[in-house]
Design a protein around this ligand. Structure first.
Ligand code: GUN
Ligand code: FE
Length: 420
């Protein structure tokens, strides 16, 4: 059955500019976009639109790197850098997810906050607890959001209560994957293998996880080149590997086109070549990189090199799950970067919007745009309170929504054609 959505349509087929259809029509069949039209198509003229708005219709936001357990702890310890912050704040809060009731109520808050702000899909870390991860998966299925979720694997350099025995870590991962497959019911929630990062996973565990990735044909998410002390530590732990990226690659944890690596602030040119060859999705996390003094990722350089890039909140390294805020952080950081490195020009509004929609969306399939064949993941924006006497064109209206609007402007959210 065809459904019609009428309004001012904006999306980024390419990052350079918005595709804009004023008072246009999106035709959707079984959750998939059939076409975008400026005139009501003759063949659909008898269909009453599902949505008929004077506001905006845009793709939903994709958060390609977020820690669901850390939202209840976000905004603390930001005078520390990564390694002491992980010890003192992150591992400490994640220990609580052994308790199912704590997990249920805390994960509910995270999902509610993400949905409220128009995040329609996310790639998520849970904790190393299997039961807690199942609870997160069940809550996500109920929410209607699209997600990739993984139980965190870690068998070294963590704390009592989070650290696992190597075999248990691998076995519980398999058990979770099998459970997820057997309980799948027409939802958009899938498993992603989640080694926390190299310092927390032994070579033996990485090898076992790689076998799981191959057996079940699964994607992988982890952290890469976030902080200089972290990079130095990885060098000490793995003298047998050329660099941090090679550790993941050598141990079989970079499946081609199915890997997301968060941060990538300090990658060498050799590492960039490897990331490009493995078609790795880079999760750009500018708010977290500032909060933890990790550094500025050379975004323009990576874009020019043709790397795949999406935006990650990285809560709790970040203090917001709102992807509009991360679009703004992306633009601001690229401007500051340009004042230091004038050869790398700042990113435009359309480029940052692209990263938060089609860029990151490509990790979930045909997601993040309104081209034919894409999943209808969309937000309906009522921006009447943001329009004043000054005339605004549609791109300016979207920019105002992103910079000064609120979640209250988002009146409807769709994932794969379903109202959530
Ligand atoms: N590296 C390993 N674990 C984490 C985490 O939880 N947050 C961030 N920002 N970096 C990490
Ligand atoms: Fe992270």
């Amino acid at each position: 059955m065809i459904k019609i959505y009428k309004g001012n349509i904006l999306y980024t087929e390419t990052s350079e500019k918005f595709t804009i259809v004023k008072n246009g029509y999106i035709a959707v069949e079984e959750g998939i976009i059939e076409g975008v039209y400026s005139q009501p198509p003759e063949k659909y003229k008898n269909i009453l639109p599902e949505v008929d708005t004077k506001g905006l219709i845009i793709p939903g936001f994709n958060d390609v790197h977020v820690h669901a357990p850390q939202w209840v702890n976000a905004g603390m310890g930001f005078s520390l850098e990564l390694l002491p912050w992980l010890e003192k704040y992150t591992f400490a809060v994640e220990g609580n997810y052994k308790d199912a009731e704590f997990a249920r109520s805390s994960y509910s808050l995270t999902i509610e906050e993400m949905k409220k702000n128009g995040t329609t899909r996310a790639s998520m870390f849970a904790t190393s607890h299997s039961e807690g991860t199942k609870i997160l998966i069940e809550l996500l299925r109920k929410s209607g959001m699209g997600a990739l979720v993984g139980k965190v694997n870690m068998d070294r350099n963590s704390i009592e209560g989070l650290m696992e025995d190597t075999l248990t870590s691998a076995n519980e991962t398999v058990e979770l994957i099998e459970w997820m497959n057997s309980t799948k019911n027409n939802d958009n929630v899938d498993y992603i293998v989640t080694p926390r990062y190299v310092p927390c996973t032994t070579a033996e565990l990485m090898k076992k996880l790689s076998e799981i990735v191959n057996k079940y044909n699964l994607p992988v998410q982890s952290h890469l080149d976030e902080n200089k002390d972290e990079i130095k530590w990885v060098k000490e732990l793995h003298p047998e590997c050329r660099d941090f990226t090679s550790v993941y690659n050598d141990y079989g944890l970079m499946p081609k086109g199915q890997t997301v690596m968060a941060h990538c602030v300090h990658c060498s040119d050799d590492e960039l070549i490897m990331l490009k060859e493995r078609e790795v999705m880079i999760a750009h996390c500018p708010q977290s990189n500032a909060n933890l003094s990790s550094g500025m990722m050379p975004l323009r350089k990576y874009m020019d090199a043709g790397l795949k890039i999406g935006l990650g909140s990285d809560v709790g390294g970040a203090h917001s799950l709102n992807m509009r805020e991360h679009i703004v952080e992306t633009i601001k950081t690229s401007k500051l970067y340009w004042t230091v490195f004038p050869e790398y020009k700042p990113v435009s509004f359309s480029e940052a919007f692209y990263l938060a929609t089609k860029g990151g969306g490509s990790f979930f399939g045909k997601v993040g745009s309104f081209e034919k064949g894409y999943q209808f993941d969309a937000l309906v924006i009522d921006d009447e309170n943001l329009i004043n006497e000054i005339p605004h064109n549609l791109e300016e209206r979207l920019e105002r929504f992103v910079y000064v609007g609120s979640h209250e402007n988002i009146v409807k959210k769709y994932v794969a054609g379903k109202l959530i």
